[in-house]
Design a protein around this ligand. Structure first.
Ligand code: NAD
Length: 497
């Protein structure tokens, strides 16, 4: 296994990689450790010519990389996974600092990313034989799209970077990755390690300011944008991509509901819902953001939920800081709106939620009971540790309320009657529905979305298809029986059979 000298020389001093070489800039920027407010390491700001160079290198590398046998690409992906694993402790330290998540959670994200790389190394998309008769053979071939740009957010900087890189590598695409400026470090480290293992131009990582994203999305040399982030930015990306008809994968914001029926073990359901809601202080796209509980168990469920969440300790376990100041202000504004509107808090409330007296961006968990359906706390994605708990009586009514939103990322149903659980889950307009346990993402399962939560999908062998174009080859075995020989194109054997 090859190794990168860049990486070993300076672990904490990450840099950009273009064409397997470090790329410095004229200026630098840095992230902030959200649990202490301390500035982190300086990294270069990409310039427009860095993007041009990376695109040229990625296009130059594409032909050779895409024509390698899949087993060879797979071997190199496993080498990269092994290199990442060898340095998992250092990567965990960096992720812990850049994201603010407690170390055990940072470590589990690093391992999740490494496993994601390994799983993708096992998958490919075989050609499909549609027809093979005496006259004709029709095959659908799946061919890599070309140069992909991956753009990622700050909440899972390592795992989401791998989720862009792994399908690109598996399908034979080359990729330029742009991490969030709030959390650039582990993604830049992946670029450095990849430079020691993969051919030049196959994986490149650029970081920078607000100019970088638009330079990438408008670049004519890029064939596809694979984006994870907010719905608002997703719309801008789709508009920019339209100019050159780039393919887009958009993994966007959600407002996932949990539906709790009256036949559950109430304590167990409250514990599961607490985890799915408050893990990483709610900064997870598929975290539960609205909790609908059947009216007959509402009081008991709420009491258990409050008691579970009350036991959380700030800065430990699930209670990470909010990752950045902008997001901190957004969560505070939703919290303040609940206060101003006079909604009832079962947990939190008063001026106890934010901790301006301590460094970092901490917000205590809060639970709001039965706010109006059209309130901000029910309609918007807070992406923070505040959640509404609402009552319902009829299945049809709760499904209608769950679906009454422009988003459709995920949902969770807690229900022990299997027939009823399939019926409710089958009526929910979302890319993923989990039953009796949220936040459980199996890597084989496609993660997609409905409505304004996204386009396309990631994960599983099906996710690879979004990195590929199709080419249908129709081979006429006997030219005299081909369509040209037919005088009547509408009859059997003609053009439209
Ligand atoms: P964001 O949209 O602000 O930023 C995401 C990325 O886009 C960053 O790298 C940013 O620098 C870049 N960007 C911003 N403007 C751009 C532009 N005009 N052109 C190109 N790139 C641009 O999102 P965020 O605040 O970093 O992340 C939080 C959001 O991400 C939440 O809404 C959350 O639900 C969503 N998210 C979705 C998923 C999913 O799989 N659906 C996963 C994680 C996070």
């Amino acid at each position: 296994m090859a190794t990168s000298t860049i990486f070993f020389d300076r672990f904490y001093n990450a840099g950009q990689i273009v064409d397997n070489a470090p790329r410095v800039g004229d200026t630098t920027y840095h992230g902030i450790d959200p649990s202490t407010g301390t500035p982190l390491w300086d990294v270069p700001v990409a310039r427009e010519n860095d993007v041009d160079d990376a695109v040229a290198a990625a296009n130059g590398a594409f032909k050779k990389w895409s024509s390698l046998p899949q087993q060879e690409r797979s071997r190199l992906m496993k080498d990269l996974a092994a290199c990442l694993e060898k340095h998992k402790d250092a990567l965990t330290d960096v992720l812990h600092k850049e994201s603010g998540k407690p170390r055990p959670f940072a470590e589990s994200e690093i391992m999740m990313g490494i496993n994601t790389m390994r799983r993708h190394a096992e998958w490919s998309v075989p050609d499909q034989l549609l027809k093979d008769t005496e006259d004709v053979k029709i095959v659908v071939q799946h061919v890599p799209i070309g140069v992909v740009a991956g753009i990622t957010p700050w909440n899972y900087p390592f795992q989401l970077a791998i989720l862009k890189i792994a399908p690109a590598l598996a399908t034979g695409c080359t990729i330029i990755l742009k991490p969030s400026p709030f959390t650039p470090y582990t993604a830049l480290k992946i670029g450095e390690m990849a430079a020691g293992i993969l051919p030049p131009g196959v994986v490149q990582v650029l970081g920078g300011d607000d100019n970088l994203g638009p330079w990438i999305t408008s670049h004519p040399g890029i064939a596809k944008i694979s984006f994870t982030g907010s719905t608002a930015t997703g719309k801008k990306i789709m508009a920019a991509a339209a100019e050159t008809l780039k393919r887009v994968n958009l993994e966007l914001g959600g407002n996932d509901a949990a539906v709790v029926t009256e036949d559950v073990d109430v304590l167990e359901a409250a514990q599961l819902v607490a985890t799915a809601t408050f893990a990483h202080s709610g900064q997870i796209c598929m975290a539960t953001k609205r909790i609908y509980v059947h009216e007959s168990i509402y009081d008991e469920f709420l009491a258990h939920l409050v008691s579970v969440v009350k036991s959380y300790r700030l800065a430990e376990g699930f209670c990470s800081p909010i990752q950045n100041k902008m997001q901190y202000e957004k969560v505070k504004s939703i919290y303040n709106d609940c206060e101003e509107q006079g909604y009832t808090f079962a947990l939190g409330g008063g001026k106890t939620f934010s901790h301006e007296d301590r460094p970092g961006y901490f917000i205590s968990p809060a639970i709001v009971t039965n706010p109006p359906e059209k309130s901000r706390i029910v309609q918007e994605e807070p992406f923070g540790p505040i959640v509404p708990v609402l009552t319902w009586r009829e299945d049809e009514d709760v499904v209608k309320r769950v679906n009454d939103t422009h988003t459709g990322l995920g949902a969770t149903v807690y229900c022990r009657d299997e027939k009823r659980a399939w019926k409710i889950s089958g009526s929910i307009e979302a890319g993923s529905v989990w039953v009796n346990g949220g936040l459980k993402l199996d890597p084989v399962a496609l993660f997609g979305a409905h409505k304004q939560s996204g386009i396309g999908g990631e994960l599983g062998p099906l996710g690879l298809k979004y990195y590929m174009n199709t080419r249908t080859v129709t081979y006429w075995k006997t030219s005299s029986k081909g369509p040209q020989a037919n005088s009547d194109n509408t009859s059997k054997g003609g053009l439209f059979t």
